[in-house]
Every structure is written in structure tokens, then in C-alpha cells.
Design a protein around this ligand. Structure first.
Ligand code: GLU
Length: 314
């Protein structure tokens, strides 16, 4: 009987709009890394933040992946259908005293917080109880638990979460002072991305996370939640972000154009060049399958070592 492949990767788009060059590059990077390692490649639709989801975007993303020959294994998982799993994880954190209700508004926090690498650092106002007369709106996780009240490792004795990213090197973050107690369930009753991604990566048995470097500083929060909840930590590779001529990340906000599917081979070659691979010129005459076959066989992600961002082709 063949043994189960060790490697399980995934692409986890948020259907807030169509794929653009940057999100396609993340999809291609995670696909190539998985297939190069003879691994499984899964797609998870992160349609949790319903107010930001655009009708039809998820289906459009799946059609674009197919047009680029990025065929996934198994069924697509939809976060909007997994609330029970997030609720169960939140319940575990609550029962262990690792999560607490918070009544603070955005304005109250921004008025009193120091600004960190990823927004205001929550000053801990509600950590020891909600002020009288106020009501909890969101749920936050304590970042001062060493070790974890659930029996795991927690934040470690010094409160630093550290990991080695395949491309970005050693990352060390002091969660409590650099991020602060963070939200796991939002005031609008939606589960936060940080919790959902950790629950789903564990549920899908993900061993390798390959995604854009815009999420590099979210990773310590995710590792921390994995430790609290007793999940394994995957290995991480954060790919360079595609930026426009102004140095801004390609996104809906910066009006990045949707990926066209009329000249798939030419676009795929541009993606490979962006990922610092060196496709031979004659590959431009090949089929999508030939281009991907070459890219899987010749995948050398180390060529992007240390790159946090790269210009998108114009
Ligand atoms: N859904 C996230 C995004 O589109 C990516 C999440 C992840 O890869 O962990 O930015």
C-alpha cells in the first residue's frame, strides 16, 4: 500500500474580489511547493468575513485556478460552513480562562493604545474583568499565558513566539507587547481570521503553509493559538508580496486588475519570473500543463530568500 504523502499544503483565498497578480502568485507558489514535494494541495475558501465577501467571487477564483491548471485535491472547504468548529475552539479557550470578553470599542482602543506592527496594541483594559455597567462585545485571547492553561506550551517563559520562515528567516515576536491580547471572536459575532485559520489548518492536516509575506506578522499569533489548542505547527514559507509602481501591495484597494484568462501561458510565465524561477524562453510556446510540469520539476524557492516584496510586471 502506498504510504500517505507527508506534505499537505493549501491555498486559502478570501473571496473579496477576483484573483489579481499577487494572489495568483501565492496560489502558484503554494501549488508548486506542494507538487514538487509530491504533496497534497487543498483549497480553502476563507469566506468568513461575510460583509467583505463579494457575490460570485469565490466561484470566479475557482474557475481562474482551473484555467491556470491549478487543480486541487479533494473538496473545497468553505469557512462560512465551519462555525461549529470555531465555536468549539473558542469554548476550549474560554473554559481554560485563556479567552475573555472585551467591551472596548475601536475608538477607545486607538485612543489609549500604542501603535504596534499590526495596528494598536490592546492595552489589556478588560483582561481582569469588564468595567461595571459595560457589556462584552468581542472575545480576546490572553497573550500572557506561560505555559498554556490548556497544558500546551503557551507563549513560552519569556513571552516570545519564534519560528524560522523558509524565505524570511528567523522571526521573533513578543506577543504581549508587540500585538497585545488579540480578538478571536469579533464584536459583530464573526470569528476572527486568526482563530479560523488555525482551526482549519489543523483540521485539514496542513504541514506546510505557503502564502504572502503580508501575513508574516500574523504567524506568531497563529503559532500561539496552535500551542494553546494543542495543534501541531506547520512549517512556513512567506512569499514576496507583489507591489505596484508606487510600492503598494496589489489589492482591491489599490485597484489591482483581475487576472485575465485569455493568455494563460504568458501570465503563468510572468508569475514564474516574479517568483524568481527561470523558465526557458521556448516554454512560452508550451501548454499550461507543460509550463506547470517544468515549474514543478525545477521549483527553487530559495531564489526568493529574504524578499518581502517584488514589483509585479507591468
Ligand atoms: N485568506 C487570507 C488572504 O486571502 C490568506 C490566509 C492564509 O493563507 O493563511 O489573505
Amino acid at each position: 500500500m502506498p504510504s500517505l504523502p507527508q506534505y499537505r499544503g493549501r491555498f486559502a483565498p478570501s473571496p473579496t474580489g477576483p484573483l489579481h497578480f499577487g494572489s495568483l502568485a501565492a496560489a502558484v507558489g503554494s501549488y508548486l511547493d506542494a507538487r514538487h514535494h509530491h504533496g497534497i494541495w487543498l483549497v480553502r475558501m476563507e469566506d468568513l468575513d461575510t460583509p467583505r465577501c463579494v457575490p460570485g467571487a469565490a466561484e470566479g477564483i475557482l474557475r481562474t485556478l482551473e484555467a491556470f491548471g491549478l487543480h486541487w485535491d479533494g473538496e473545497v472547504i468553505w469557512q462560512s460552513r465551519r462555525s461549529a468548529a470555531y465555536e468549539a475552539a473558542l469554548h476550549e479557550l474560554q473554559a481554560a480562562g485563556a479567552a475573555y470578553p472585551c467591551c472596548c470599542t475601536r475608538k477607545e482602543i486607538s485612543d489609549s493604545a500604542l501603535h504596534g506592527i499590526d495596528g494598536p496594541v490592546y492595552p489589556g483594559t478588560c483582561r481582569n474583568g469588564i468595567p461595571a455597567g459595560r457589556e462584552g462585545r468581542a472575545w480576546r485571547v490572553r497573550t500572557d499565558t506561560f505555559p498554556s492553561p490548556l497544558g500546551g506550551e503557551g507563549a513560552g517563559e519569556r513571552g516570545y513566539i519564534e519560528f524560522d520562515d523558509f524565505l524570511q528567516g528567523h522571526i521573533s515576536q513578543h506577543l504581549e507587547s508587540e500585538i497585545g491580547d488579540f480578538v478571536v471572536k469579533r464584536a459583530d459575532d464573526l470569528f476572527a481570521y486568526q482563530l479560523a485559520v488555525v482551526v482549519d489548518d489543523a483540521f485539514q492536516g496542513i504541514t506546510h503553509v505557503v502564502r504572502g509575506a503580508d501575513l508574516l506578522y500574523s504567524t506568531p499569533r497563529q503559532i500561539y493559538l496552535q500551542r494553546l489548542l494543542g495543534f501541531a505547527t506547520p512549517s512556513y514559507m512567506h512569499l514576496p508580496i507583489a507591489v505596484n509602481a508606487q510600492g503598494e501591495k496589489l489589492s482591491k484597494q489599490t485597484l489591482a486588475p483581475a487576472i485575465a484568462t485569455d493568455d494563460v501561458v504568458a501570465t503563468l510565465i510572468k508569475v514564474l519570473e516574479f517568483l524568481r524561477q527561470r523558465p526557458p524562453v521556448e516554454l512560452g510556446q508550451g501548454s499550461v500543463e507543460e509550463v506547470l510540469g517544468w515549474a514543478v520539476g525545477n521549483w527553487q524557492p530559495e531564489r526568493m530568500k529574504g524578499c518581502r516584496q517584488l514589483p509585479a510586471p507591468t
